[in-house]
Design a protein around this ligand. Sequence first.
Ligand SMILES: Nc1ncnc2c1ncn2[C@@H]1O[C@H](COP(=O)(O)OP(=O)(O)O)[C@@H](O)[C@H]1O
Ligand SMILES: [Mg+2]
Length: 322
Amino acid sequence: MLVTKGLTRACTTATHATTLTTLSLLLEAASSVMPLASPEAPPRADADDALAPDWPARGAVDFVNVSLRYRPGLPLALNGLTCSIGAGEHVGIVGRTGAGKSTIAAALFRLVEIESGTVRIDGVDLRTLGLHAVRGRALAIIPQEPVLFRGAVRRSLDPLAQHSDEALWAVLETVDMARTVLGLEGELGAESDESGSNFSVGERQLLCFARAMLRAPRLLVLDEATASVDHLADERIQRAIRGAMRSTTLLTVAHRLHTVMDYDRILVLSDGKCAEIGAPHALLQEPASSLSELVDLIGGEVGLKLRDIARRSASTAGAKQE
Ligand SMILES: Nc1ncnc2c1ncn2[C@@H]1O[C@H](COP(=O)(O)OP(=O)(O)O)[C@@H](O)[C@H]1O
Ligand SMILES: [Mg+2]
């Protein structure tokens, strides 16, 4: 985890950074609490003042020929990525390990500065903004390894103590975690350790999702947990997202094709580039598409089921438009 080291080093100059040890926590922190101090990325920029107060009101994202490497000398993790995501669109991001999926989140939150190209949200070039504006506005991320803050559950949900208990319970209800928290000694005041080890990975992700929801983001990036989220927890997360994020732009990095087969579009990443982007059913009509290849690789019953989900979702989408 080179970037962890790099970012941790960058962070030790920030005031609260000493306990930040993992990239996940940095991602979280970046999206919810503090700016990372780094000379080339000031917390404030002149352009911030000109920014509409409700930016990003729509949550549309444009990547134009974006290249990024984690450190000089390392290969490009994004290599000329170009794609546009519409306001309120739900896009699943798939591709092999190392294709650059998580790096898309890093570029959006400017955890790593891009080397060339442009990332725009609602038409605003992120590089013209200070980090405060990029991370403090209505963008949120749920990282691959969800990490809770040390201390009470309340603090993990609402690190800046901006919300009422009622609001906290309401989001816990939405993500189907209210009962779990009610069952804890101390409820919202129950202590969790830094790694959140008293919660399962799935529960931690639900809590991170609850935290993201409290911020009512216009743009949410969900980096699906790879490890040991049981199917039940996975379904809970997906249900909660579907319910709560209808009009929010949603980018979901999916490790299971299941998760995103009924999304509006799927972006297949390959070697840091967009190999293709399109509605799942449409891509699956093309036998040589990258998505078809991925589904065929799985094959069998599961492959058929995936195609079926895509087909049904396409016909519902068609019915809605009529
Ligand atoms: N923290 C890091 N430091 C250096 N290289 C990294 C780091 N994270 C990812 N990479 C490299 O960047 C490329 C894209 O990685 P990543 O975005 O994590 O892929 P994915 O999420 O699709 O598995 C890979 O070659 C990976 O090895
Ligand atoms: Mg990843």
